[in-house]
Structure formats: structure tokens, C-alpha cells
Design a protein around this ligand. Structure first.
Ligand code: E4P
Length: 217
């Protein structure tokens, strides 16, 4: 399973990358706004910086919602760096655009996916990644991890090549559950990635080993 970090914060991206286990980065317009990036030039420049920091797939989201606008924007984003994956929303014009990008050699991540039907459409259009938002599904009283399991079952049965990118992660347990459910990629905030490190018995055990080691120094 691949690990992506879900942020536009350069310090957090560097910290995760330094762990040596990072395979890519996802962003969205809200994450860009959170770190104060405004205007097309600044956004494009920020994507370029992220691509220079991390050697992996970097999702860059379009903000157009009509076919021609999505294509024009996606082409410009894809030209920033070979590792850019154009992130396109799961809407009718988005599906058409994903098919166009697929036919023209541009890789896509279909975002804002909340059902198995949407995931089938994204795969049919040839998306490289499909992003089910599991935290937002949980927030609305449904089971996000169950959706990952359902999509993984369908893709495997039907032989779809689209990778399942579990997004909207809220905790380290979400990461573990998505791994069990068959996600190909999990994109998480830094806090959830670092949360995987923690276990009180590790801390207690290490403290004892270090104190016992003093005896033979
Ligand atoms: C990433 O691709 C998604 O845009 C992101 O995970 C959404 O997360 P949120 O539901 O916490 O905003």
C-alpha cells in the first residue's frame, strides 16, 4: 500500500518525506487556502515546489466544472511536472474530461467519490486513482471503510486497473482499516501517519531497556 500525505503545508510534507516512507502528496483548494496560497501563479508555483520536494505522484486539483475549462486547466497543471496527477471532481463533465485525459496520456485522480457507482464510472473513464472520502462518509453516519472494501471487491472482480486512494482520513485506525479493506493508497494528514508510531508498551519497553543498558556501560 502506498502512503501519500494530504496537505499543502511544506514543513509537514518535508517531515513525512524524511521518514522515508512517502509515495506522494494530495492537495485540494481548501488545503491550499489553509496555508495561505492564493491566485493561479502562486498555486502553480506551490505545486512545482512540492514536486521538487517529493519524488512521487502529486495530485493537483482543477477548479473548473465545465469540460473545456477542466481540459484547459488540467493541461496547464500537467505541464508543471511529469509527476502531476490532475485531480478532477466526480461530475458529468469531470467523467468526460477524465476519459479525454486518459486518451491523451494525462493521469487523473477522480475526487469527491462517495459511492461504488461513482467509483465504477471513474474506472471506466480510465482514472489512475479514485478517491473515496471515508472520513466525510463516517461524518454523515455511513461506513467509509465499508465503501473501500466494496470498491476493492468490484475492481478486483471486473479487472479495473484504477487504484483506490482512500482520502479524508481522520485517524491512524482509519489507515489500518483501509489497508485491511484493500486500499492501494492512503492519503493522510501528518498527525495520522505519526499516530501509527505510537504504542505505550513501546515507550515503557524502551525506557526499561535504556535503564538496564546503563548497568553495562
Ligand atoms: C484528498 O484528496 C481529499 O481532498 C482530502 O482527503 C479531503 O479530506 P477532508 O474530508 O478531511 O477535507
Amino acid at each position: 500500500m502506498k502512503f501519500f500525505i494530504d496537505t499543502a503545508d511544506l514543513a509537514q510534507i518535508k517531515e513525512a518525506n524524511d521518514l522515508g516512507i512517502l509515495d506522494g502528496v494530495t492537495t485540494n483548494p481548501s488545503l491550499m487556502a489553509k496555508v495561505g496560497i492564493k491566485g493561479e501563479a502562486a498555486v502553480f508555483n506551490h505545486y512545482k515546489t512540492i514536486c521538487e520536494l517529493v519524488d512521487g505522484d502529486i495530485s493537483a486539483e482543477v477548479v473548473s466544472t465545465d469540460f473545456d475549462g477542466i481540459i484547459a486547466e488540467g493541461k496547464k497543471l500537467a505541464a508543471i511536472h511529469p509527476n502531476i496527477i490532475v485531480k478532477v471532481p466526480m461530475i458529468k463533465e469531470g467523467v468526460k474530461a477524465i476519459k479525454w485525459f486518459t486518451d491523451n496520456g494525462i493521469k487523473t485522480n477522480c475526487t469527491l467519490v462517495f459511492s461504488a457507482g461513482q467509483a465504477i464510472l471513474a474506472a471506466k473513464a480510465g482514472a489512475a486513482y479514485v478517491s473515496p472520502f471515508i472520513g466525510r462518509i463516517d461524518d454523515s453516519g455511513w461506513d467509509g471503510v465499508q465503501l473501500i472494501e466494496q470498491i476493492a471487491g468490484i475492481y478486483s472482480l471486473q479487472g479495473f486497473a484504477t487504484e483506490i486512494l482512500a482520502a479524508s482520513i481522520r485517524s491512524p485506525l482509519h489507515i489500518v482499516k483501509c489497508a485491511e479493506a484493500g486500499a492501494d493508497v492512503v492519503t493522510s494528514p501528518l498527525e495520522s501517519i505519526l499516530g501509527l508510531l505510537k504504542h505505550p508498551l513501546t515507550d515503557i519497553g524502551l525506557a526499561k531497556f535504556l535503564s538496564d543498558a546503563k548497568a553495562f556501560k
